[in-house]
Structure formats: C-alpha cells, structure tokens
Design a protein around this ligand. Structure first.
Ligand code: ARG
Length: 257
C-alpha cells in the first residue's frame, strides 16, 4: 500500500503539472501504471476460486457448480444460458481457461438496488477447482481483507486481462455512514479501504469476493464487491455486501438451485 500511495501521489503531482498545461486531461490519466486500483498481479493458482463472468463482473465458486456474485450483475432470476464463467486462470486469454455456461440465475429475493446485493449463478457443469467458503457469523467482519478482480485498475480505466489483487482494511459502519449517509445499509453492507484512498475495487470487480484468513488459515469470504463513490477516493471506502448477513439465505438458495 505504501508503495502504491507513493506511486499515486507521484502520479498526481505529475498530473497537476500536466493539468496546468493541458487543462482537459482526465484525472489520473498520467498516473503511472500500477499493476482492482492499487493492486498487483495475482499469481496463477493463488485464488483458485475466482471467476470472471461474461457480463463484466467477478464471482467466486461457492460450490463447484454455483458462482456467488452480486445481484446488480444479473437481470433477475430464472433459466439463463447467456452467461459464460471463466475460471482456472489469472490470464483471461490463456488457452487453459476453463469456460462454462450458466443454466440458471437466482437474484437475491427482494433486491431493489439498495442492499441485498448477492446472486447465484448455476453452471452447466461443475468446475474442478477449490471453492471459497462463506462467513456465516460476524467473527471475521474485521481486520484486513483481500480483494481481487479483472475490473478497472483506476477510475474510468479499462478492464484487465490479468487478475489483480489488493488488501484493504475494515472500515466501521459509523465511519462508512459518515461518507455515504443513508445510501449505506449498515445491517447488510461492510466497508473497507484506507482513509487516504489509493487502493480499492472498481468497475468490473463487482460480484467478486472480499476475503480473509479464518482461524484455520483457510480463505473465507466476508464480502461481495458492490459499490463506492468513484474508486479509491480518499474518504470513500468500498462498499461490499456483508456475506455473514446473507449466509443462511445463500445456503438455502443454493440448495434449491
Ligand atoms: N459497481 C461496480 C461494478 O459493477 C463496483 C464498484 C466498486 N467500487 C468501489 N469503489 N469499491 O463493478
């Protein structure tokens, strides 16, 4: 993070000079390329449960045949063969990518654009890769989280070919509400990010997991990438669906899919 913050500050300083001369240059256009915002490349196999969805979202293998993603990434519930899940690779263009079509989608019941931002996608066949377990208590809703995705590496930036990862600290509901007011649903959202910004998920990371190590040192999913004001802005943490709130609903929905 400190490396990234330094890089961004340097980038912004250069940008400020450039802006003085070329006032229409988009913010961040001159920032040095940093290999999510402020992330670095994930190693092949590091997060084997990561899935890229063809509508431009992320997801995680909840079971080998069910992907957990965000409700805002799908259009509703029912039979749906239009989505392709790509797994098993950090490089989306790799010839070893595993690609499987969807058969069904289940969008969180009652989803109306605020909160309840989770959905399940059933795949045509199982993918033989490790799954990511979900947190079913609030015990892990604190500390430092890992996020990963193929989304934009800066606000307004392009989708990525290679999976990026970053770590972000937990932000309390009170601090997150101070940023977002009534837009936040504290009972079912969890926030993460640095006060100074610089590291965050961004457009195209939605639906992907936010996770950490549990007491047995296994990865456990505590969040689903949902929304934020821009990306990596100071004072505006990333907002994630709080998986522990929905764990029972997710489990029941998966059992019936
Ligand atoms: N809604 C975005 C998407 O569809 C994710 C935005 C996450 N933003 C953030 N600042 N953490 O990909």
């Amino acid at each position: 993070m400190s490396t990234l913050a330094t890089t961004l500050k340097r980038g912004l300083a250069v940008g400020a000079v450039a802006l003085a001369a070329v006032s229409l240059q988009p913010a961040g256009a001159s920032a040095s390329p940093t290999p999510v915002v402020g992330g670095t490349r994930a190693a092949q196999g590091e997060f084997p449960f990561m899935v890229r969805l063809s509508m431009g979202c992320g997801g995680a293998l909840y079971t080998q045949q069910i992907v957990l993603t965000a409700a805002h990434c799908v259009n509703g519930s029912g039979n749906n063969t239009s989505i392709t899940a790509t797994a098993g690779v950090v490089d989306l263009q790799s010839s070893s990518a595993i690609k499987v079509k969807s058969t069904k989608v289940l969008q969180a019941p009652g989803y109306n654009g605020q909160g309840k931002d989770w959905a399940l996608i059933k795949l045509a066949k199982p993918i033989n890769l490790p799954t990511l377990k979900i947190a079913d208590t609030k015990a892990y809703d604190s500390g430092t989280f890992t996020v990963a995705g193929w989304g934009a590496a800066r606000e307004g930036g392009a989708q990525q070919r290679y999976l990026l990862k970053a770590t972000v600290p937990f932000v309390s509901d009170a601090a997150c509400q101070a940023a977002y007011g009534d837009s936040l649903v504290p009972s079912d959202e969890i926030c993460a990010g640095y006060d100074q910004g610089g590291t965050d998920t961004c457009q195209g990371d939605s639906g992907g997991p936010m996770f950490r190590r549990d007491d047995t040192n296994a990865w456990i999913q505590v969040g689903i990438v949902s929304w934020g004001e821009g990306c990596a802005r100071a004072g505006y943490p990333g907002v994630y669906s709080e998986v522990s709130t929905f764990a029972a609903d997710i489990r029941n929905a998966a059992a019936g899919l």
